[in-house]
Design a protein around this ligand. Structure first.
Ligand code: BTN
Length: 269
């Protein structure tokens, strides 16, 4: 591959590690996902990761912006090259979410939960998210970039006023700052373990790990379905990671993508 413009980080990860086998650190990029997609197109190996101190065009899901001020967040992207049918690829959003929730929970002692499909929450406020992007290659095969953003020491005033009430950071939640490199290492170790389990055993461990930290399952939700809004009860996940909802009209629907709102139980709001 073309030599990345970042510096290679030595994190002392165990030999045999796939995710994190190469970690390139940049001071500033537009988006770590875009940077890694470029490296992937020039031959970056599976497991290659890009981490940046800040992003000028951090991307969120559904075309949103991911606020990425310098030196306070985790902005990380990791490359995998699975041989899988395309319908399994959304599993990587769940794989990343489950691994990051587990790693952050253990490293900080905070409760970190997941809102389907990709939000990391602490007490229902958004702490981070996952943006998975897929590239299909002409020669066959796919590259999947798992992009992970976590508000680590982000001060509340860094968030735009409209998201401030629903956003949080690990520092805000715990009342103390965290070392970004320590958390990066914890996240990479957990991602690697989850990916190894996925390669050995298929989707089962990914779904189990996601369920373990899920806040969405078993509760009332509002979901946008191709322009229509439905409310109902989140029943569970399908084998490929989609959300199964029983609507108030008694229909069972499979939600492929979109925004889920957690409602208070019994709420008809
Ligand atoms: C979301 O919740 O909408 C997903 C946010 C994902 C943000 C991360 S930060 C690192 C990576 N690079 C990006 O441009 N986006 C992801």
């Amino acid at each position: 591959m073309e030599r990345p413009k970042g510096e290679m980080l030595e994190l002392g990860l165990p030999s045999g590690t796939i995710i994190g086998k190469e970690v390139w650190r940049y001071r500033e990029v537009a988006s770590t996902n875009d940077e890694l997609k470029e490296l992937a197109s020039s031959g970056a190996p599976e497991g290659c990761c890009v981490v940046a101190d800040s992003q000028t065009k951090g991307k969120g899901r559904l075309g949103r912006t991911w606020v990425s001020p310098p030196d306070v967040g985790l902005y990380l992207s990791c490359l995998v090259k699975p041989s899988l049918p395309p319908e399994s690829l959304s599993l990587f959003t769940l794989l990343a979410g489950g691994a990051v929730a587990q790693a952050l929970g253990e490293a900080t002692g905070l409760e970190v939960k997941l809102k389907w499909p990709n939000d990391l929450l602490h007490q229902e406020k958004k702490l981070g998210g996952v943006l998975t992007e897929l590239t299909s290659h002409e020669a066959g095969g796919v590259s999947v970039v798992m992009g992970i953003g976590v508000n680590i020491n982000t001060p509340p005033e860094a968030f735009p006023p409209e998201v401030r009430p629903s956003a949080t950071s690990l520092r805000q939640a715990a009342g103390k700052s965290f070392e970004r490199l320590t958390l990066l290492k914890a996240v990479l170790l957990e991602l690697d373990a989850s990916y190894a389990a996925f390669r050995d055993e298929g989707p089962g461990p990914v779904l189990d790990s996601w369920r373990k930290s899920a806040s969405t399952l078993g509760r009332r939700v509002r979901v946008e379905l191709s322009g229509e809004t439905v409310e109902g009860h989140a029943l569970g996940l399908t084998e490929t990671g989609q959300l199964l909802v029983r609507t108030d009209q008694g229909l069972e629907v499979v939600v492929l993508a979109g925004d889920v709102v957690h409602l208070k139980s019994g709420s008809k709001e």
